[in-house]
Design a protein around this ligand. Structure first.
Ligand code: NAD
Ligand code: UDP
Ligand code: UDP
Length: 318
C-alpha cells in the first residue's frame, strides 16, 4: 500500500465477516486504504463484493493465528467466529484465533507503531450478577464450559492488549460489543435475530429457547460501526475497555412477536430447551462511550429489523 499523509493504511482482520464488511465499506467511503484479511471461516467474498476492484481496497486470504508482515497505521482486529454454532464447531481454533491472533496483531502493531482496536465482547461479563453491565465489572465466566473457548479467548485477548499497552506503550482500544444485528448476518449461524427472521420468512415455527423471558439488547450494525470508528480516533490515552451496544432491552418473546408482526407471516412460537450457560440478562451501560466520544445508538429496533428482514428476504429468494 502507498502512503499518503491524509489517509490511513488500515488493516481489518475478519473484514469479510458481518461487522468487518460494514467497517470496510465505511473506511473506503472515508478515503482510507483498506487491507481486508480473512480466512473465510465464517465470512465470504460476497460480503465485500462491492469493494473488489476498488483501487484502495485489497483482500487477502490469511489466518491471523499465523504471523502477518504488512505496513499499516491502524488495525481493527475483528477476526473470530462470533456465533455459538460457529465458535463451538472448532473450539480449539476459536481460542487460538483470539489468543494467537491477538499476539500476532499486537506484534504487528508494535513493529509498525500502528494503533490497534480489539473487537471484544459483552461475553467477557459472562452470566452477569450486575445489571446493566459497566466496564468496571469483572464478570462471571465459566472457564470450562461450552462457551469458554469464546469468552475466555476474548478475555485473554483483552489481557494481552493491556499488557502490550503497559509493557510496550502501544496505542490500544478495547471495545466490548453487545449483540449486534443487520444485513450480512449469516442466515444459519443460529443467532436469535437471524433465526427468527429466517423462520418467519419461511413460515416455520419461531424457536424460543427456555421461557423466552431472558433479555438481550440489540444494536443495529450502522450504529455499532459508527461507535467503532469514533473509538479508534479517541485521544491516545483512552484505551477503554468501553461498551458499545444498544441499552434498550427486550425479552426473546418480545423479539419473536415483533419479527412475526413485521414479516407479516403466520409462524407459531415453539419453546425449546435453553442451552447451558445461556445468560439471563444482558444490557450495556453506555455512559462511558457517551461521555468520551459522544456516541449513542440512533436506530430503533423496528427500523433495524425492517432493513434486516429486507436483506434476508432478498437472500432467500436468490
Ligand atoms: P463474523 O463471523 O461474521 O466475522 C468474523 C470474521 O472473522 C469472518 O469473516 C471469519 O471468516 C473471520 N475469521 C475467523 N477466524 C479467523 C482467523 N483465524 N483468521 C482470519 N480471519 C478469521 O462475526 P461478526 O459478527 O462480524 O463479528 C466480528 C467480531 O466482533 C468478532 O471478533 C466478534 O467476536 C465480535 N463481536 C460481534 C458481536 C455481534 O453481535 N455480531 C458481538 C460481540 C463481539
Ligand atoms: N508479528 C507479526 N507481524 C509483525 C511482527 C510480529 O505477525 O509485523 C508476530 C510475531 O510472529 C510474533 C508476535 O507477532 O510471534 C508477537 O510479536 P512480538 O514482537 O511481541 O514478540 P516476539 O517476536 O518478541 O516473540
Ligand atoms: N435464542 C432463542 N432462539 C433461537 C436462537 C437463540 O431463543 O432460535 C436465544 C438464546 O438462547 C439466547 C438469546 O436468544 O438467550 C440470544 O442468543 P444469541 O445466540 O443470538 O446471542 P448470545 O446468546 O450470544 O447473546
Amino acid at each position: 500500500m502507498k502512503f499518503t499523509p491524509d489517509q490511513n493504511r488500515v488493516l481489518v482482520t475478519g473484514g469479510a465477516g458481518f461487522l468487518g464488511s460494514h467497517l470496510c465499506d465505511r473506511l473506503i467511503a472515508a478515503g482510507h486504504d483498506v487491507l481486508c484479511v480473512d480466512n473465510f471461516y465464517t465470512g465470504s467474498k460476497a460480503n465485500v463484493e462491492a469493494l473488489l476492484g476498488h483501487s484502495r481496497f485489497e483482500l487477502m486470504r490469511h489466518d491471523v493465528t499465523f504471523p502477518l508482515y504488512v505496513e499499516v497505521d491502524r488495525i481493527f482486529n475483528l477476526a473470530c467466529p462470533a456465533s455459538p454454532i460457529h465458535y463451538q464447531h472448532d473450539p480449539v481454533q476459536t481460542t487460538k484465533t483470539s489468543v494467537h491472533g491477538a499476539i500476532n496483531m499486537l506484534g504487528l502493531a508494535k513493529r509498525t507503531r500502528a494503533r490497534i482496536l480489539q473487537a471484544s465482547t459483552s461475553e467477557v461479563y459472562g452470566d452477569p450478577e450486575i445489571h446493566p453491565q459497566v466496564e468496571g465489572y469483572w464478570g462471571r465466566v465459566n472457564p470450562i464450559g461450552i462457551r469458554s473457548c469464546y469468552d475466555e479467548g476474548k478475555r485473554c485477548a483483552e489481557t494481552l492488549f493491556f499488557d502490550y499497552w503497559r509493557q510496550h506503550q502501544l496505542e490500544v482500544k478495547v471495545m466490548r460489543i453487545f449483540n449486534t444485528y443487520g444485513p450480512r448476518m449469516h442466515p444459519n449461524d443460529g443467532r436469535v435475530v437471524s433465526n427468527f427472521i429466517v423462520q418467519a420468512l419461511r413460515g416455520e415455527p419461531i424457536t424460543i429457547y427456555g421461557d423466552g423471558q431472558q433479555t438481550r439488547s440489540f444494536c443495529y450494525v450502522d450504529d455499532l460501526i459508527e461507535g467503532m470508528l469514533r473509538l479508534m480516533e479517541t485521544p491516545a490515552e483512552f484505551t477503554g475497555p468501553v461498551n458499545i451496544g444498544n441499552p434498550t432491552e427486550f425479552t426473546m418473546l418480545q423479539l419473536a412477536e415483533t419479527v412475526v408482526r413485521l414479516v407479516g407471516g403466520t409462524s407459531k412460537i415453539e419453546f425449546r430447551p435453553l442451552p447451558s450457560d445461556d445468560p439471563r440478562q444482558r444490557q450495556p451501560d453506555i455512559s462511558l462511550a457517551k461521555a468520551t466520544f459522544d456516541w449513542e445508538p440512533k436506530v430503533a429496533l423496528e427500523d433495524g429489523l425492517k432493513e434486516t428482514i429486507a436483506y434476508f428476504r432478498h437472500r432467500l429468494q436468490a
